[in-house]
Design a protein around this ligand. Structure first.
Ligand code: ACO
Length: 323
């Protein structure tokens, strides 16, 4: 027998305002055609002026709890991945805790940019396996629209806002790769690559700052590192890419998603793709894709899923889990 963190609920929330690529043609030297062909993005959601990351996160969490048939009283911990928290402190996670009416347990944020959800999932799994929590809400939520430089066509057309959440529950498994739940994780970072992707402001520099990215450099790292980390996670679970039902990748760019699947030897039929509708929602993109994938009937109980993500840091990683 072995402990496993099993996904028992999933949900998401997207802000109402949908912005098609054509909006950017009005203010920037860009075209719908360029954005579509270079990134695969067709539209994205942007939060309203008075809508914050914790608002999106709380709505996604409520949807995941409803899907699990649970209430906030059943949850022991909240782990929220974000780089765009409402306030410098407290954490967005504790704000969600209050919004849900959860008056016990503990909550904290994880900051690993686009790899944030993979980091959050791995840490939540460790909390469950070490007995510190039985049920954990794992949330990815972002309002990247707040850190865009709207004059920089090479970045502002790529990102969107949104939130997704999972409920993880500790259950007994057989200790084999047939078990439901998280089977293995792989986390990596290399701070030498800071200049490839960062925000040029923060508390200690006394500004909010804007996202800066050397997109083609990040692209080069992405395909190689993502295929590798996914394969490492699968190998730790005693599995290979042949066992995978779904790759649920971080949704940054369709060409990165296609390149990674190709490198792993899997057809696009085995990949959940939402980048066309959401853009890059950073830490929210994987739980959003899991939720959409379940709602659309693609992801079914028992399916073997590998999630992978890379982002600022650079930070990257993967989780192999059976749904
Ligand atoms: N419209 C028209 N032209 C554009 C636009 C635009 N919106 N943006 C850039 N261009 C131009 C560039 O100026 C450049 O022109 P030049 O050749 O005259 O200098 C040309 O298009 C090609 O630029 P590249 O950057 O080489 O284009 P590339 O094919 O690499 O695509 C992109 C750019 C989409 C940014 C791609 O590199 C990418 O997706 N990179 C990875 C992004 C990513 O995954 N980030 C990681 C996660 S994000 C996170 O962690 C927060």
């Amino acid at each position: 027998m072995a402990g496993r963190s099993v996904v028992v609920g999933v949900g998401h929330y997207l802000p109402k305002r949908v912005v098609p690529n054509s909006e950017f043609e009005k203010t920037l030297d860009t075209t719908d055609e360029w954005i579509r062909t270079r990134s695969g993005i067709e539209r994205r959601h942007f939060a309203a002026d008075d809508e914050t990351t914790s608002d999106l996160a709380a709505k996604a969490a409520e949807a995941a709890l409803a899907d699990a048939g649970l209430t906030a009283d059943d949850i022991d911990a909240i782990v929220l991945a974000t780089s765009t928290a409402d306030l410098t402190f407290p954490s967005a996670a504790t704000m969600v805790q209050a919004r849900l009416g959860m008056n016990r347990g503990f909550a904290f944020d994880v900051q690993a940019v686009c790899a944030g959800f993979v980091y959050a999932l791995s840490n939540a799994n460790a909390l469950v396996l070490s007995g510190q929590a039985r049920r954990v809400l794992v949330i990815g939520a972002e309002t990247f629209s707040r850190i865009m430089d709207w004059t920089d066509r090479s970045t502002c057309v790529l990102f969107g806002d949104g939130a997704g959440a999972l409920v993880l529950e500790g259950q007994e498994g057989q200790g084999t790769s047939d078990d439901r739940g998280i089977l293995a994780t792989d986390l990596n970072s290399d701070g030498r690559y800071k200049d490839l992707l960062y925000v040029d402001g923060g508390v200690s520099t006394q500004s909010t700052g804007h996202l800066r990215m050397q997109g083609n450099q990040v692209f080069r790292h992405a395909v190689e590192k993502l295929a590798k980390t996914a394969e490492v996670a699968l190998e730790r679970a005693g599995l290979t890419t042949d066992d995978v039902d779904w790759i649920v990748p971080h949704q940054a760019n369709i060409r990165i998603i296609q390149g990674t699947a190709r490198k792993m030897g899997l057809p696009m039929d085995n990949v959940v793709v939402t980048v066309q509708d959401h853009g890059n929602t950073s830490a929210a993109s994987i739980p959003l894709a899991l939720s959409v994938g379940k709602q659309s009937g693609q992801i079914k109980q028992g399916d073997l899923i590998v999630t992978e993500a890379i982002g600022g840091g650079l930070a990257w990683g993967a989780v192999a889990l059976r749904w």
